[in-house]
Ligand binder design. Structure first.
Ligand code: NAD
Length: 356
């Protein structure tokens, strides 16, 4: 088969890690007889430098015309002086909204070979961990009304958390469908003891749950959920939550797994189209040093094969190659505290491709 993929390499370590994901996909193409056509487009700081805009129209159009998008990361201190509406990170919000990607899936997994990289004790994480965080991505406070005003106490500022039933229903459905293919438990996270939007969230999720009698639903307040992720992470199978709570909890979950350099993500809408990217940012502190771990992006490519193209065997082949890399004892700098035997970004990518 032929697949067209838009590549937004972005800034900092983005180009380094996307190159290695492309290498892995090309190897899959050779082995399984597929052709992946990659079209590079600009977004974030790189786009600001080239065009003045963080998300040029042409980028959005190319992404829309593709079968899927592979994204590295955007941002960095160079673009801090940009006005809020043209900061590199705004490009991400524009891509998610413009491409209708309302569901963000972030698996937080501990590979057996890296069990001791988790900061949690082995009696808590045991032989591994496998949580799927399902975060709403195009609603809530990040997209709500915002503004500033003058008050008798000086300047004020506000951001509004708003959800409609439609938005809650469609993300809840994604979470329950995922749970049906996993361990059949959804934990919905809100703050319904305080927030009106959370009360609607909890009620609507309960209504969707009625269509999935085999799935256990429980509800946690977000403060409790953040504690339980540390105290009893094995409680979670699919964690369903809002845009902002998901942003925070998924970073917490990523740390439980040891390194943010290992974690992929998928952003999906209706249909098979999706955008795939590592959970981490552009890591300006290590850009250009060869210390970036490309595994999160390589695993994001595996998610693309699985969720957008329905290529299960090919996705398994990438994931098994990553396991083999770890099993043979190879480590990037983040996984071995920078020990001299660490392999570089390119070496890691070449080794993983060789195990496919
Ligand atoms: P970050 O994820 O870029 O880095 C946090 C820490 O993790 C750093 O010490 C970094 O060196 C390390 N790290 C990250 N990815 C790594 C990898 N693959 N291998 C090894 N180490 C890795 O987060 P930050 O420092 O808060 O943000 C840096 C920039 O990235 C900011 O401009 C931020 O806005 C942006 N950002 C972008 C995205 C995105 O594009 N999706 C996400 C988060 C942050």
């Amino acid at each position: 088969m032929n697949y067209n993929i838009a590549v937004v390499a972005g800034d900092g370590i983005g180009p380094d890690v996307t190159d290695e994901a492309i290498r892995a996909m090309n190897k899959i193409g050779e082995k399984f007889g597929h052709t992946f056509n990659f079209t590079h487009v600009l977004a974030g700081g790189a786009a600001i430098d080239a065009t003045g805009e963080c998300l040029p129209d042409e980028t959005l159009e190319t992404c829309k015309a593709s079968d899927a998008v592979l994204l590295g990361a955007v941002g960095g201190p160079k673009w801090d002086p940009q006005p809020a509406e043209n900061r590199p990170e705004r490009a991400l919000l524009g891509l998610r909204k413009g491409l209708g990607l309302y569901a963000n899936l972030r698996p937080a997994m501990i590979f057996e070979e890296l069990a001791d990289a988790s900061p949690l004790k082995s009696e808590i994480v045991g032989s591994g961990l496998d949580i799927m965080i399902c975060r709403e991505l195009t609603g809530g406070i990040y997209f709500g009304k915002r503004g500033t005003d003058e008050t008798e106490n000086g300047k004020g500022a506000y951001d509004v958390e708003y959800y409609s039933e439609m938005e809650i229903k469609r993300i809840a459905k994604v979470a329950f469908e995922l749970a049906m293919k996993r361990n059949k438990r959804v934990t919905s996270v809100d703050k319904s003891n305080v927030l009106e939007s959370s009360r609607l969230w909890r009620k609507t999720v309960a209504e969707v749950a009625e269509d999935y009698p085999e799935v256990d639903l429980d509800n946690f307040y977000v403060d409790n959920a953040s504690m339980q992720l540390i105290r009893d992470p094995k409680h979670f199978d699919v964690l369903l939550t809002t845009n902002m709570f998901g942003d925070i909890l998924s970073d917490e979950a990523s740390q439980i797994t040891g390194s943010i350099g290992m974690l992929p993500s998928a952003s999906l809408g209706d249909g098979s189209f999706g955008m795939y990217e590592p959970v981490h940012g552009s890591a300006p502190d290590i850009a250009g040093t060869g210390k970036a771990n490309p595994i999160a992006t390589i695993l994001s490519a595996a998610m693309m094969l699985r969720y957008s193209f329905g290529l299960k065997e090919e996705a398994d082949a990438i994931e098994n190659a990553v396991k083999e890399f770890l099993k043979q004892g190879y480590r990037t700098a983040d996984l071995c505290h920078g020990a001299p035997e660490a392999v570089s970004t390119t070496e890691a990518g070449e080794l993983i491709a060789s195990f496919i």
